[in-house]
Design a protein around this ligand. Structure first.
Ligand SMILES: Cc1c2[nH]c(c1CCC(=O)O)Cc1[nH]c(c(CCC(=O)O)c1C)Cc1[nH]c(c(CCC(=O)O)c1C)Cc1[nH]c(c(C)c1CCC(=O)O)C2
Length: 358
């Protein structure tokens, strides 16, 4: 298989891209964060045979897992490339392991600001070529059925994992760095921003048709901290990607920012230049629309926990949500990733209800 052939099959379902760009749609587009994941037995089967990061690094496996939800759920309007936000710290030279039942673990997290100098920024994106290859292969195999989304973690979220050494309830070490070493924190956020921009441009060059930036740890930030530690870098990323895509003479793609727990800063998010803002389930759709105005698409935001309710309840809640958002500039999704014990029937009920709602 050649990863250089960018002559992709024609896109047949462009609802997602139309909604992201504020064009009219026949139905509300729907996809689900973590739609390729452990709630699917066919995903578990692949994972039983291969380590998590081996799946990420093997284009054929990443492609297979990306396509799995599309085979099962006929209503899905997008796919998202199978990978992880933590491939960036790996490309910078850090070790990241995925421990079953525990999540990501960094055996050697950053313990002092001097270690920032040991991160291997040079060549980092070239060590992520496998993600580009997975994207190119998937664009061919998907046969234009739906668009393919590329993604990255945002600088603050990645910095948190690199300092904490994994997921953290409190992010106390990161908060200590913010107080003790503010200059070094900004130096690290800037380094990550540069790598992220080139990484996203590489994804577009490889075939990604929309990009989502996950600021999953925004729930640890106050509005003031979001404005200082997250927003400026998110803005640099949006602007940097736009500029570099123009320089390369490739087609621009819409971008989504998803700041989980960032509902207090929707006004700030609306100024970052992203076409779409992802909302977690704590945000009221009508309030969000009032804050961001008419020129931005909203994405979200059913509580993933609602998928444990009966099929009828899932359907009612979904229809109710879609009606609140309306058909204009809206992409239906959950308010965070689907959880591993979610019944498959709920996913069917959710995606079906979105298309039937209005
Ligand atoms: C914070 C974060 C990570 N990874 C990601 C985020 C941002 C989104 C979010 O806030 O959830 C992003 C991510 N991770 C994964 C995707 C794949 C694409 C998709 O289907 O959405 C995406 C978009 C696969 C994955 N990434 C992970 C899994 C499950 C691990 C496994 O298969 O063993 C999958 C399918 C592991 C992972 N990776 C990460 C954590 C915290 C975990 C453990 C939590 C968990 O187990 O669900 C880091």
């Amino acid at each position: 298989m050649s990863y250089t052939n960018k002559n992709f099959p024609e896109l047949k379902n462009d609802r997602l891209l139309r909604a992201a760009l504020g064009k009219e749609v026949d139905k509300v587009p729907v996809w689900v964060m973590r739609q390729a994941g452990r709630y699917l037995p066919e995903f578990q089967e692949v994972r039983a045979k291969h380590d998590f990061f081996t799946v990420c690094r093997t284009p054929e496996l990443a492609c297979e897992v990306t396509l799995q939800p599309l085979r099962r759920f006929e209503h899905l309007d997008a796919s998202i490339i199978f990978s992880d936000i933590l491939v960036i710290p790996q490309a910078l030279g850090m070790i990241v392991e995925m421990h079953p039942g525990k999540g990501p673990v960094f055996p050697k997290p950053l313990t002092s600001p001097t270690e920032i100098n040991q991160l291997q920024e040079e060549g980092a994106v070239s060590r992520l070529t496998y993600v580009g290859d997975a994207i190119t292969l998937t664009r061919h195999k998907i046969e234009g059925k739906v668009p393919l989304i590329g993604f990255t973690g945002a600088p603050f979220t990645l910095m948190g994992y690199m300092i904490e050494g994994g997921g953290s309830q409190t992010m106390s070490k990161t908060k200590e760095w913010i107080e003790k070493y503010p200059k070094d924190v900004h130096k690290l956020l800037s380094l990550l921003t540069r790598v992220i921009i080139d990484y996203l441009v590489m994804q577009v060059h490889s075939g990604a048709q929309l990009l989502q930036v996950f600021e999953s740890s925004a729930d640890h930030l106050t509005k003031e901290q979001f404005a200082e530690l997250s927003a400026p870098y998110l803005k640099q990323i949006r602007e940097g990607v736009r500029t570099k895509i123009d320089e390369k003479n490739i087609e621009q793609v819409p971008m989504t920012v998803f700041a989980k727990g960032g509902g207090h800063s929707l006004d700030v998010q609306a100024q970052l230049g992203y076409e779409t803002i992802g909302l977690d389930w704590t945000v009221d759709p009508i309030e969000a629309r009032k804050i961001v105005g008419e020129n931005i698409t909203l994405q979200g935001n059913l509580d993933p926990q609602d998928l444990y309710k009966s099929k009828e309840e899932v359907k009612d809640l979904t229809i109710n949500m879609v009606k609140k958002f309306g058909k204009f500039r809206y992409i239906a999704n959950l308010g965070h990733g689907i959880t591993p014990a979610t019944p498959i029937e709920s996913m069917t009920a959710f995606t079906e209800a979105v298309h039937e709602a209005i």
